[in-house]
Design a protein around this ligand. Sequence first.
Ligand code: SR1
Ligand code: MG
Length: 405
Amino acid sequence: MTDFSTEYFTMNETQAVEYAKEKLDYFHSDAELTCKEIGDGNLNYVFRIVDQKNKDSIILKQAGPVARISDEFKVSPDRNRIESDILKIQYDYVPEYTPKTYQYDPVMNCFAMEDLSEYEIMRSALIKHQTFPQFAEHITTFMAKTLLLTSDVAMNHKDKKALVKSFINPELCEITEDLVYTEPFYNCERNEVFPATRSFIETEIWGDKQLQLETAKLKFEFMTNAQSLIHGDLHTGSVFIKQDSTKVIDPEFAFYGPAGYDIGNVVANLIFAYANGQATITDAEEREQFTNYIITTIRDVIDLFKEKFKKLWQETDKEFVANYDGFQTYYLNSILQDTAAVVGLELTRRIIGLAKVADITSIEQEEARKTAEINCLTVAKQFILNRETFKTGDNFVFQVKKAFD
Ligand code: SR1
Ligand code: MG
């Protein structure tokens, strides 16, 4: 019998079944369990355990000692506690958009959660050019609530500081500081540049001193602005979706950071879907329909977020000085400015850096991929350099259409 109570080790499928029988208070006593490791992310092991007899199932997520994408990233398995804890907090605020978690195990660095097999990863669905008209509505409720209600605007400051302490996440923050804010903006050997795009990158990104300076300012903003308990990696690969429902998963990068980091990630990854649609859909009408859907969704993500954020602000019992005239406008504008900057940073790092997105890498024709990459980088620069000018959904989509059309 395997000992799961003394020393941490990474499990295989057989051991995950044993673990479920011994440790999880979930399945019937007569369960006939099978297991498949289904993780396709960059970091963790994800076991889907099914009781073939009673048709129950559960997900067991375990953090390994190094990232799956590369052994270079040594990441403490304690991130599993952070993920399990933030999922509980998010479930309290937005249960409709958060998977339910069951048991966290600090020895094996794993937790159990609701099986969402009837959902699909949003990035994969968007690459097939499926559309989800309710996504903007869902994700903006998720973001308005989690980002405002965990901030100093809405929380008791001592309680908030205790959360800041508990969600100190230095190793995963370091990954973001390096991969998002630093490496893409110089000729770092860890970058993975698509050869056809290299000369554009050398001139327009690595050769642009003003751009480098702005990214330095933004990196310090990311490292020092403990504004909200953010998801920290809210791209379309962190969203499980079906037509009438959205669930946000994988918040292991969570920490107290700038609220705009989450919104910017959502928007940037919608732009990757736009780039993919434009590059790969051959039928003009179909292409128009899909890209219009993405444009509408980007506009709605910004405008609905603003609307819901303002409404929640009115309804919330706030920090005294947050009630002063003009403070809400100042605060929301600074979130939108950070959002625009992060759109640009995320677009750049997924094109130049080590962690790519399938929306772009799955574009097979060299010329089409080069065009998609250059369009993403062109609009990225606008978002970073002119970040203070982005205040409405229309401001965001105007720049996207200008760069791509
Ligand atoms: C080493 S981890 C690389 C990337 O995968 C995660 O999903 C984050 O986006 C991270 O930057
Ligand atoms: Mg992830």
